[in-house]
Design a binder for this molecule. Structure first.
Ligand code: ATP
Ligand code: MG
Length: 352
């Protein structure tokens, strides 16, 4: 199997630009649900590797989770520790990576308010990821103001930690562009480079599709295979996977492109040559969907079984998870307050 927790193989060299030892990493996840396979290949594997080389902070974005869950805040509060448990279960080491909580770092909310004055509504509405999300959530004119402006809050998160490198999935690229626009505007106002621009770090699989192949695997869409999924749920999900609608008989030639089972085999199976042979066989005909799904299921069961066990142990003691999150958050207060002070200073708001 490719890229297991013990051997994170996704290379930092997949950055769009060269990486040096001085990079500071910031990433995060909305506390809107337990983490899934998309997070694993899109970002968690990179983080496991990067934590050995760089200063890395991971933010549990609970405030951002509220931007489309204001009516149902329990969804967010009840998932904070789930996300922390997932980090630890896959191999994020809290001694190497600072794990902190967005809502407990007031500087992040304050920075968001200052940056909001540098961004127009028209610019926010042009953000392609936000546009897609607004459509899929059918907000219409009832879109919460917090949701439309969440890219500003992400800019606050990234800049508050002076992050220069951000391991993300493809959907986050427009957020980083907007962040860098804010950075340039603020630096122009300050007449010095008080904020740093950031670069994305994309993994090889930067957009894992949902099991039905219709959209990105997302917590909010309820289309996920979670890292803590039971054996039975994994099996059910693989069995329901979209393949090739025209591959009716085993002897028929099958289509690999757009076939979710092969997309997942590419993402998770370690033996590339074996998968290449499998694809050739499927394309030529004579290989059934059931056989290919069995291979994928075995691969995912092997990957997720040890994570499930570690996760169960971790969630059985929430006080340990809270302590780790609290420590990381406390460690981050000075750093984020310092950036806030500089930004206020740039606006001349420094009387006392
Ligand atoms: P939500 O539906 O609440 O937005 P999500 O599943 O999209 O949740 P996020 O917390 O928004 O997850 O994303 C956290 C990180 O994981 C981001 O860097 C994002 O790009 C990455 N990510 C999320 N889903 C995928 C996916 N399907 N493939 C690759 N990367 C992903
Ligand atoms: Mg998302």
């Amino acid at each position: 199997m490719k890229n297991t927790t013990s051997e994170p193989a996704t290379s930092a060299s997949q950055s769009t630009q060269p990486i040096n030892n001085q990079e500071k990493i910031l990433t995060g996840d909305r506390a809107t649900g337990a983490l899934h396979l998309g997070h694993f290949v899109g970002s968690l594997q990179q983080r496991m590797q990067l934590q050995h080389q760089f200063a890395q902070t991971i933010l549990v974005a609970d405030m951002q989770g509220l931007t489309d869950n204001g009516h149902n805040p329990k969804k967010v509060s009840s998932n904070i520790l789930n996300v922390v448990a997932d980090y630890l279960a896959v191999g994020i080491d809290p001694l190497k990576t600072t794990i902190c909580l967005q809502s407990a770092l007031p500087a992040l909310a304050e920075l968001t308010m200052y940056y909001a004055n540098l961004v127009s509504i028209a610019r926010l509405e042009r953000n392609p990821t936000v546009k897609t999300e607004i459509n899929s959530k059918s907000f219409g004119r009832s879109i919460p103001a917090g949701f439309l402006t969440y890219p500003i809050s992400q800019a606050a998160d990234i800049t508050a930690f002076r992050a220069t490198l951000v391991p993300v999935g493809e959907d986050q690229l427009p957020m980083l562009e907007q962040t860098n626009e804010i950075v340039r505007r603020l630096n122009t106002i300050a007449q010095q480079d008080i904020l740093l621009e950031c670069k994305p770090l994309l993994s090889k699989v930067s957009r894992l599709p949902s099991v039905d192949g219709k959209s990105k695997m997302s917590k909010s869409m309820g289309n996920t295979i979670m890292l803590g999924s039971s054996q039975k749920d994994i099996s059910k999900a693989v069995k329901s996977m979209y393949t090739d609608a025209n591959h009716l008989r085993v002897s028929d030639p099958g289509q690999v492109a757009g076939n979710v089972v092969f997309t997942y085999l590419d993402a998770f199976h370690q033996d590339e040559d074996y998968i290449a042979d499998l694809k050739a066989h499927y394309s030529a005909g004579g290989l059934g969907d059931g056989t290919v799904k069995k291979i994928l299921e075995e691969c995912l069961q092997d990957l997720l079984a040890p994570i499930r066990v570690r996760r169960a142990t971790l969630t059985s003691d929430p006080s340990q998870l809270i302590a780790i999150l609290k420590q990381g958050t406390e460690r981050s207060q000075d750093e984020t307050n310092d950036v806030l002070a500089q930004v206020k200073n740039a606006f001349g708001l420094n009387l006392f």
